[in-house]
Each structure stands twice: as structure tokens, then as C-alpha cells.
Design a protein around this ligand. Structure first.
Ligand code: BF8
Ligand code: SF4
Length: 627
């Protein structure tokens, strides 16, 4: 039976546009999902292998048919290998994004990327000192150049281990070293995953999965962390500010430019170009009241955090934004961009502009973005959008009124300053029980789950139980849409958390950024653990990805758990075809890295698992553990 619209999304704005899509006969991700049903059960269990051309091979989960692939690979081997490739792809996406950020940073330092500058010199100097680069006698650009070279070496490193991991508590680093999972070169870990999963290389599930953890760590404490740090130097450390989210941020009388994807290198320039007097004048000539830039996905989170640029939606709202009929240009870079946008934008006046040399899509206008003439390209892109404004078809436009205010910009630095410069007040609140623990809730939308249902209900349940939530990625946007990123949302929190939020003037759910900014959560956890003199795995903290779908999310899971944080997944990973892999990930890892995964699609039950974990950690620390 066809699902009702309210079963597709809990968000009113999305429901309205889904109705419009239905009326106009426009296909969306939900329709394509239905056409895929029932999905292949071998694929769902992870027991299908295509790693060589003797295959494809699959293992019969009921034990009646083949129990081995043609080469002899068992379900355990196949599931573990598939998982390792997934982690490698996710880590590659984050880390290749980081590489581009560092390359831009390097070019900037050499005067070859004129549109970019050092926005935060203090962060430059503190990072340089962390990497052992003395600033004396050097200009900021000279320091930047040496730092860029040092960071680039992290990617291609052949000897030793990544330097950023030195931020982790000593006990954790020692554990990684003992387990042989301390990450080496970022690229090396990813290449090694591909090597190990080639036919006839690594054929022991545990051995394969340890490489998965190491590769995840090379993302979280390597690529992602480097991306965050360098972007902060170039574009500034996010600070608390207010903005608005949801499809209602699209303007009925201004030119709407959507920036979608992941890399702020492009969107920063688009935001600047949208304020260019020449383009504003052109917009006026074309009958528009101005230029409105709105984000989708993590590119949106990056500009939201640093400029307060509004966000039009999460991953599952990218098509809906186009279907409003009010988008002049959908400008994309990399990751989480649906290829369906090509055909879809053809049904409206929307120009679909792809900008990354790495990522093309059907029916795009290609405008490759290179640092040397970044601002010029951004201006050309915005000009195309402005010139497209008169092509709007008024009968095709529906902009939902839903537009929610939010407070964002909680980098680790901003949280520390909201606390008055020291983690002390937060630690005291945790010790006293006002803040029962910390919940890190992150990740995607997944069409298998009612849009935003898992995100919003899990987070509400946590704050109700006095768990302070830190969020990134699409979870952060979902929370913003539900009004949870406002100080006023502390009314939904338990009494203890409410009082703390009121005293500090912060929301009970803190938006820490894009998905690469989960590295900010790692830094914050390390700081708290170091302050308390414990390991991260001892903290009363837990993680969740209620609606995850991307390979990046799997890499994130690998590094979050390896860092010592128990994590609940809301959608089922393709591992259940292997008993060994499933039990290692959900139990065995506890005795290895002090944390494990759980899978729980029901957000209220997921919250319960997180709360019980936090209770246990509180008890072990000698704190009150009776909620
Ligand atoms: O990196 S949360 S759907 S947008 S992958 Fe994609 Fe998932 Fe959203 Fe950001 Ni993250
Ligand atoms: Fe089959 Fe083995 Fe080839 Fe995989 S690697 S496709 S299991 S023969």
C-alpha cells in the first residue's frame, strides 16, 4: 500500500511540498524507494560479494544453499570485507574534502588564491604551535605555508602516525597503539582497505575490522579534524548566532540560490558574491527584491555556522526545495547530492550548476570551481541565478510558510566561552546531576525512516532526561526545524538541564556544525576527559545516528566507537549476515575499545539505551546514578 504523506515526513513544510509533487506528478526519492521494494535481502545482510569476476557470489543466510563464495570466502569474510570498503569510502569522502581545504589554504599562503585570506590568525598560530611550527620571525602567510605542508604530509605519510591524535587522552592513544590501530597516513589507511579487500588478501573478520577502526580513526582524528581546523582558519571559528531553517526560508520576491553539498570553499564565495553591489543592482533590474542564499546538507551547515545563512533543508528535502518552484539555482559541490536533481530541475525553471572537478550530474551547467578565480566563478554562478529570476512560473510556486528560528554556532571554542572560559561549570553540572550526561546525535536522513522522526524524537527524549545534546549534520538541521535549537526549547528539558541552559543562555541542543565537524565533538570529549583525568570511554556520554544512510556515517561510527563512545544506530547496517561481525560490533568491541554499537530503530528505545549507558558510566565515576 502506498504510504500516506505523514508517513514520509514529520515536517509540515515537507508534507506540503510532497502533496504538491503528487499533484504535479513529480517523482521523488520516496517514489523511487517504493519501486525498489522489496529490497534485495542478500544485500541487506551484507552477504553479497562482487570483489572479483568469478562472482557475484552470495551466501544463503538460511544455511541451505551456498555457504562459501567461489574462492571459499565465508559470510564472515564477505560481510567484514564489504564493511571495510564502506568505511574506506566514507573516510575517503571526508579526507579528500580535507585535502582540498588544505590545498586551498596552501595556495592562499602562496598568494595564488586571492579570494581567500587568513580569517582567524589566533587559530592559525595555535594550530602551528600544536604541529611544532615556531611562528617567530615569520609572517602569518609563511606560517600558513609551513603548516599547509605539514598537514599535507599527514595524507601521504609513510612513517609514523597521525599528529592530530595527540589531542586524545593518553590512555586512549596507548590503547590504540597496543591494538595496532593508531592511524598512519590518511591516504595509506584507505588504500590499505582496498588492498586488503581484493580477492585473496585479508580473510579474517576480526583482522579486517581492526583495519576498519584504524581507517575510521584516520578520518575522525585526521581528515575530518584537519578539514575543520583549516576551514576555521580560512573562514573563522563559528560563534553563536541566530538564523532560520526549513523550506519557508526560500524567498518569494528575492532570487533564491541554494548551496548544497559539503565544501565551504565554494559556498563561502557564493555568500560573498550574493552581497556584491553589481549583482544586487542586476537583481533589482530583473524585478527581484534581493538575493537569498540558502543551504542544504552540510554546505548549508558550514555557512549557517559562520554567517547565519538560512538552511532550506536536510538531505531528504533537496528535491522538495526544487519542487517549491522558487529556486533560481541549485549549486552543488560534492557528497549527498541526488543525481535525480538533473531531471527534476528540468521540470522547473531551476538551473542546476555543478562546480566540483570531481562531481558531475545529469543535466548540469558545469562551472568548475578553482581557487585562483574563486570569487569570479561565484559571481558568474550568482549572475546566472539572477538572470533566471524572470523565468519563474508563478503558478508553479508554493513556498511553505514553515520557517523556524534557531541558535547555532557552538564550536568547541564557543561552548568553552559560553561556559566562561573553563569546562568547570559543565563538569560541576554533570557531577551534580543537573546535566545527566552528554548525547552526541548526528547523521543523515534515510528514506527508510519517516523523515526527521528518529532525529527529533530521540533528541527530545534525551533532553527530557537532562542529557545535553550536541549535534551535527542533518540531525542538527532536523532539530533546528523542530525548534530544538533555541534557548526556549529548554522548556522541553528536564529541570536540571533547563536551569543550566537558562543560566548560560544556551539551547539544550547545541549545533556543532557539519559532519566533518564531528571532530569538534571529539575535541570537546577529549577536553572533558582530560579535565577529569579519565578516558573518553569513562565519560557519561553516548552517541546516536538515528537515520544514517551514507558511507561517511559508517566511517564516523568506526571512529566514534574506537574513541570510546557507545553509539546507537537507528537504521540497520548490512552486517547481520555474519554472526561474528555482528557480535563483535555489538558486544566484542567493549572489551577491545571500551565501547560498542547497538542497533535500535525506535528512537525512544534508543534513548533508553543511551540513558542506561550514561547511568552506568555515572555509577563507575562514583556519581549519582539513580535518575
Ligand atoms: O555529511 S548527515 S545526509 S549531508 S552524510 Fe549527507 Fe548524512 Fe546529511 Fe552532511 Ni553527513
Ligand atoms: Fe566470489 Fe570470492 Fe570473487 Fe567475492 S572474491 S566474488 S566471494 S569468488
Amino acid at each position: 500500500m502506498k504510504p500516506e504523506i505523514y508517513e514520509k515526513s514529520i515536517d509540515l513544510a515537507s508534507q506540503k511540498i510532497l502533496k504538491k509533487a503528487e499533484e504535479e506528478g513529480i517523482e521523488t526519492v520516496w517514489d523511487r524507494y517504493e519501486k525498489q521494494l522489496p529490497q534485495c535481502s542478500f544485500g541487506q545482510l551484507g552477504v553479497c560479494c562482487r570483489n572479483c569476476n568469478m562472482g557475484p557470489c552470495r551466501i544463503d543466510p538460511f544455511g541451505e544453499g551456498a555457504q562459501k563464495g567461489i574462492c571459499g570466502a565465508t559470510a564472515d569474510i564477505i560481510v567484514a570485507r564489504n564493511l571495510l570498503r564502506t568505511i574506506a569510502a566514507g573516510a575517503a569522502a571526508h579526507s579528500d574534502h580535507a585535502r582540498d581545504a588544505v590545498l586551498t589554504f596552501k595556495k592562499m599562503s602562496e598568494g595564488e588564491a586571492g579570494s581567500y585570506r587568513i580569517k582567524d590568525e589566533a587559530k592559525l598560530l595555535s594550530l602551528a604551535s600544536e604541529y611544532g611550527i615556531p611562528p617567530e620571525g615569520k609572517s602569518p602567510k609563511e606560517v600558513a605555508s609551513i603548516l599547509a605542508d605539514t598537514l599535507l604530509q599527514e595524507f601521504g605519510k609513510q612513517d609514523g602516525h597521525l599528529l592530530c591524535t595527540r589531542r586524545v587522552p593518553e590512555s586512549r592513544l596507548k590503547l590504540w597503539a597496543e591494538l595496532g590501530i593508531e592511524p598512519r597516513g590518511i591516504d595509506r589507511e584507505i588504500v590499505e582497505c582496498m588492498h586488503r579487500t581484493h580477492i585473496g588478501v585479508d580473510n579474517d573478520a576480526v583482522h579486517i575490522l581492526l583495519q576498519g577502526l584504524r581507517t575510521g580513526l584516520s578520518d575522525g582524528w585526521g581528515g575530518s579534524m584537519i578539514a575543520t581546523d583549516v576551514q576555521d582558519i580560512l573562514f573563522g571559528i563559528p560563534q553563536p548566532r541566530r538564523s532560520t531553517v526549513n523550506l519557508g526560508v526560500l524567498s518569494k520576491d528575492k532570487v533564491n540560490v541554494i548551496v548544497h553539498g559539503h565544501e565551504p570553499i565554494l559556498s563561502e564565495m557564493i555568500v560573498e558574491a550574493a552581497e556584491d553591489p553589481e549583482l544586487l543592482k542586476l537583481a533589482e533590474e530583473k524585478g527581484a527584491a534581493g538575493i537569498n542564499v540558502a543551504g542544504i546538507c552540510c554546505t548549508g551547515n558550514e555557512t549557517l555556522m559562520r554567517h547565519g545563512t538560512p538552511i532550506a533543508g536536510t538531505f531528504l528535502q533537496q528535491e522538495l526545495a526544487v519542487i517549491t518552484g522558487a529556486v533560481e539555482a541549485m549549486v552543488v559541490d560534492v557528497q549527498c547530492v541526488m543525481p535525480s536533481l538533473g531531471e527534476l530541475t528540468g521540470c522547473y525553471h531551476t538551473k542546476f550548476i555543478s562546480t566540483s572537478p570531481k562531481a558531475d550530474f545529469p543535466n548540469t551547467i558545469r562551472m568548475e570551481f578553482h581557487e585562483g578565480r574563486a570569487y569570479e566563478t561565484a559571481k558568474e554562478i550568482v549572475r546566472i541565478a539572477v538572470e533566471n529570476f524572470p523565468n519563474r512560473v508563478p503558478e508553479k510556486i508554493t513556498i511553505p510558510e514553515e520557517k523556524q528560528e534557531c541558535m547555532v554556532g557552538f564550536s568547541a571554542e564557543a561552548i568553552l566561552s559560553a561556559l566562561g572560559g573553563s569546562p568547570d561549570p559543565l563538569i560541576e553540572a554533570i557531577k551534580g546531576g543537573d546535566v545527566w550526561g552528554i548525547g552526541a546525535v548526528v547523521g543523515c536522513n534515510n528514506v527508510k525512516v519517516t523523515h526527521n522522526y528518529g532525529h527529533v524524537n530521540l533528541v527530545k527524549e534525551l533532553i527530557k532526561n537532562n542529557v545535553l545534546v550536541v549535534t551535527t549534520g542533518c540531525n542538527a538541521i532536523a532539530c533546528a526545524e523542530a525548534g530544538l535549537l533555541l534557548p526556549e526549547a529548554s522548556e522541553l528539558a528536564g529541570d536540571g538541564l533547563k536551569a543550566v541552559c537558562k543560566a548560560l543562555g544556551i539551547p539544550p541542543v547545541l549545533h556543532m556544525g557539519s559532519c566533518v565537524d564531528i571532530s569538534r565533538i571529539l575535541v570537546l570529549s577529549s577536553a572533558l576527559a582530560n579535565y577529569l583525568g579519565v578516558d573518553i570511554s569513562d565519560l557519561p556520554a553516548a552517541g546516536a545516528a538515528p537515520e544514517w544512510m551514507s558511507e561517511k556515517a559508517v566511517s564516523i561510527g568506526a571512529y566514534v566507537v574506537s574513541s570510546g563512545v557507545f553509539t546507537v544506530l537507528g537504521t540497520i547496517p548490512a552486517i547481520l549476515g555474519s554472526q561474528a561481525v555482528t557480535s563483535l560490533l555489538t558486544e566484542g568491541l567493549n572489551s577491545v575499545v571500551g565501547a560498542s554499537f547497538a542497533v535500535e530503530p525506535d528512537p525512544l528505545k534508543a534513548a533508553k539505551l543511551m540513558l542506561e549507558h550514561i547511568d552506568a558510566k555515572r555509577k563507575a565515576l562514583g556519581l549519582d546514578s539513580q535518575r
